[in-house]
Design a protein around this ligand. Structure first.
Ligand code: CO
Length: 503
């Protein structure tokens, strides 16, 4: 076998601090007011791109922060003129949890591009390329960068087996390249990719594709930095990292160790460690405001369960919460055993939003009530084909059970899922005609009619924003620390000095 050439290009870095970094570590709660003061300094860092938007940020900003998500891109674009801004788009699901019709997808992409997003990372929960079509076309119309992205998934502890093998990812990547992708990303949302698998997969992709290859992973299982290093050896063009304070745990690996590890090698990032340190110091200074969102229930910052079951960490906590609510936590082991079985019967979808919830809920119901005695609406929609075509066929028996009496029919669709959806933009414009000032407002409603309308009413002063959206201030934090210090010293803590909003 011929040895691959040693790559000579500097490694490029996408910084995820302002999106995945705080989405993974701090429940997506970072506010624009804490991004603005450091944005201009981040612009000087020399990142290839900065992921600042999309994923859960849109939903959380409107639902919990009372912050207009469009302001966030508009303002960051002004403060970061030299760094391409990147977003995560869930294909036909946009930044929501269901498939939207094509007219909503087109309007959303156009407005997002106009507000300032340069690179659109597009993925689909079942890796069905047809779910990329409308988004790709719209991004191209806007003259922006299309990054086609494949969800990394496994059916066994390592890459391989009948579905998720190298061949699968190479073939799918070639399809995305042919569809017009300007770059390709392997999106390992659960942090499953093992170092040698990263090496083999990136080597194969670099050989097959003419577009740049990027790797996105999470530190969850503890393998991420090792896997990046192997991917770098295999010639990956770009990796995703976060600044140290928002890195590790279930977030991305930290950028700083890569800068030093690669210094003086052909893949030297060229980034300035002292500058990155300064950026990190800033995030340390504001992080205490968000410390209540950090998971401190465990000593371990990595999740060994992910290594054992290949189930994403977030999904495990959802399963535990679900079982606890049903007073059935003692059946967790049965659910772990049921999950791969149900997943196989449902065509081995990747476990990512929203398929992870769909499979998880069904697995719990199968254990508690008997297999497929009860089937959720989402599973029925999924089996019907509304989320796209899963990578493997659905078990015919399960399909029959799921579509028995299903209102749309008992034969699954074979067309692109969005073909069966009616346009919604006109309805959204009509529903918001008395309140929406621009297309951005209409889109907020189109994506989330209930919470979106509530947000718009707060935005235009027709309703008081709920108290819970007020952030903790550094002054609150200081007072809280004083109380803790007093309590530790054994002094009596006076009730009336308790900081406001600290409960
Ligand atoms: Co991620």
């Amino acid at each position: 076998m011929q040895r691959a050439e040693v790559p000579r290009e500097p490694l490029k870095i996408t910084d995820t601090t302002l999106r995945d970094g705080h989405q993974s570590g701090l429940a997506t709660r970072l506010r624009l007011e804490d991004m603005e003061p450091i944005a201009e300094e981040m612009d000087k860092a020399g990142f290839y791109s900065m992921e600042v938007w999309g994923g859960a940020t849109f939903d959380v900003a409107t639902r919990f922060l009372n912050e207009d998500p469009w302001d966030r891109i508009r303002i960051l674009k002004r403060l970061l003129p030299n760094t391409p801004l990147q977003m995560l788009l869930r294909g036909q699901n946009l930044v929501g949890y269901r498939n939207y019709p094509d007219d909503v997808v087109r309007a959303f992409v156009h407005h997002t591009a106009e507000m300032g997003i340069d690179i659109f990372r597009v993925f689909d929960a079942v890796n069905d390329e047809r779910n990329f079509e409308t988004a790709f076309a719209a991004i191209k119309e806007c003259g922006k960068h299309i990054q086609g992205s494949l969800c990394y998934s496994l059916t066994q502890p390592k890459l391989g087996g009948p579905i998720y093998n190298i061949d699968f990812f190479v073939k799918k990547s070639l399809v995305l390249q042919d569809m017009g992708a300007d770059s390709l990303c392997i999106k390992d949302m659960a942090g499953l990719i093992a170092p040698q698998d990263a090496y083999d997969l990136i080597s194969a992709l670099k050989k097959a594709l003419r577009i740049p290859v990027q790797l996105h992973t999470h530190y969850t299982s503890g393998m991420a930095s090792m896997s990046y290093l192997k991917a770098i050896e295999a010639g990956v063009d770009i990796i995703d990292t976060a600044l140290a304070p928002f890195a590790l745990r279930s977030s991305q690996p930290a950028v700083e160790p890569f800068v030093v590890a690669l210094q003086g090698t052909p893949r030297d990032t060229g980034l300035d460690l002292a500058h990155l340190f300064k950026l990190g110091q800033y995030f340390e200074s504001i992080a205490p405001k968000y410390r209540d969102f950090l998971d401190t229930t465990k000593m371990s910052v990595i999740d060994i369960g992910v290594l054992m079951h290949q189930i994403p960490g977030g999904m495990i906590s959802n399963l535990v919460a679900q079982l606890r609510e049903l007073n059935a936590l003692d059946r967790l082991d049965e659910v772990y055993a049921e999950l791969p079985r149900a997943r196989e019967e449902l065509g081995y979808p990747p476990l990512v939003t929203p398929t992870s919830q769909i499979i998880g809920v069904q697995a719990v119901q199968n254990v508690l009530l008997g297999r497929y005695k009860m089937i959720s609406t989402q599973v029925r929609d999924y089996v019907y084909g509304l989320y796209g075509k899963p990578p493997a066929p659905i078990d015919p028996e399960v399909q029959k059970l799921a579509l028995k009496g299903y209102p749309r029919g008992d034969k699954p669709i074979t067309c692109r899922a969005a073909e069966v959806l009616e346009p919604e933009m006109d309805k959204a414009k009509e529903a918001t005609k008395d309140i929406a000032k621009d297309i951005g407002d209409v889109l907020i409603y189109a994506l989330y009619p209930t919470t979106g309308m509530k947000f718009l009413r707060c935005k235009y002063g027709l309703e008081e924003p709920p108290a819970a959206v007020k952030p903790k201030t550094l002054e609150d934090v200081r007072r809280e620390d004083e109380l803790i210090a007093k309590a530790k010293a054994g002094k009596l803590v006076e009730v009336e000095t308790a900081p406001p909003g600290s409960s």
